[in-house]
Ligand binder design. Structure first.
Ligand SMILES: Cc1cc2nc3c(=O)[nH]c(=O)nc-3n(C[C@H](O)[C@H](O)[C@H](O)COP(=O)(O)O)c2cc1C
Length: 295
């Protein structure tokens, strides 16, 4: 990539920063950020991003989420790693790499189901290299983009709700719903696709296309509770936060993860009270305004 403007993290940041928020303060009440996610109640819609290979431990990352009353979304790793996260008691969404060896995928789906994970999903974007049409190899493991029939087989192989991660269009979200997914995680996997449409820019359109009964998680570039508010207002049911929580884990261990999720949830609730949003469902998308202030 020669043109640095192609960086999707930077494009998404520019879009996020182009949104401002309308105040609706009079008569506001103390808001709740509790969320029902896959039939369970959580303290916050801010979940961990599906990270992997964390030097301070994946189990600690999941445990930090548990202590904050948040969902722990986790990424690449074997069944032992997944088991260590589940043993903390965290509500785990396990995102599986698109291994070329399909037995690897089925084995992780089965393990997740047998050991009490909340949901599973497929990290769709990592099948393909960012700057070549070839399939990627991740930590020595060959990847491939599953066919639609293979995706249906993965979904049919489990009773667990199934997510597709790294979805970036209404077209793909609708397709994911049609083949039986419970929801999608909307994002570009920190610039795996260059020039990507910002996830938050797409939310309104995707929500309209899939309807209310399909879970949308906004991923990528959520740096604080105010970013989370914008994504939730525009149609996300939850948001996932990766690199900021990785830094929190590095600096403060599991408690660092808990503290940052709580801090971001406080910022989210601060914006909820200022916009007259008593609950997450009660946030009016119309409070999000473009910075350009058109007449
Ligand atoms: C160290 C690291 C490891 C990651 N591992 C995975 C993974 O195994 N599976 C996955 O789906 N995404 C993985 N991701 C991508 C994140 O889930 C997320 O999509 C991305 O970091 C954007 O979110 P952020 O801006 O909040 O960091 C990883 C990201 C980082 C930084």
């Amino acid at each position: 990539m020669k043109n640095l403007n192609a960086n999707s993290d930077a494009i998404a940041r520019r879009y996020m920063d182009s949104l401002v928020i309308e105040e609706r303060l009079l008569g506001a009440v103390t808001p709740s950020a509790k969320v029902t996610f896959l039939g369970r109640e959580f303290e916050t819609p801010i979940m961990t991003g599906a990270l992997s290979h964390l030097k301070n431990g994946m189990a600690g990352y999941a445990d930090g989420a548990r202590l904050a009353g948040a969902v722990a979304c986790i990424g690449m790793g074997d069944n032992e790693m997944l088991g260590s996260c589940l043993e903390t008691g965290a509500a785990v969404v396990k995102i599986i790499k698109p291994y070329a060896d399909r037995a690897e995928i089925f084995s992780r789906i089965r393990f997740a189901e047998e050991h009490g994970a909340l949901a599973v999903g497929l990290d769709s974007a990592h099948a393909i290299k960012p700057e070549s049409p070839a399939f990627d190899t991740v930590v020595g493991c060959p990847m491939k983009l599953p066919t639609l029939d293979e995706m249906k087989e993965y979904i049919a192989s489990t009773k667990l709700p199934f997510f597709f991660k790294d979805i970036l269009s209404a077209r793909d979200a609708v397709l994911a719903k049609e083949i039986g997914a419970a929801g999608v995680i909307i994002g570009h996997h920190h610039d795996l696709m260059h020039w990507a449409t910002p996830p938050v820019y797409l939310l309104r359109e995707i929500r309209k296309a899939v309807g209310e009964d399909f879970i949308l998680v906004a991923d990528g570039g959520i740096e604080d509770g105010f970013d989370a508010f914008k994504a939730l207002a525009l149609g996300a049911d939850a948001v996932s936060v990766g690199r900021p929580l990785m830094e929190a884990l590095n600096n403060g261990g599991p408690a660092g993860v808990t503290d940052l999720i709580r801090e971001m949830t406080a910022e989210l609730r601060a914006m909820m009270v200022r916009t007259g949003s008593a609950t997450l469902d009660g946030i009016d998308p119309a409070v999000i305004r473009p910075w350009g202030f058109p007449e």
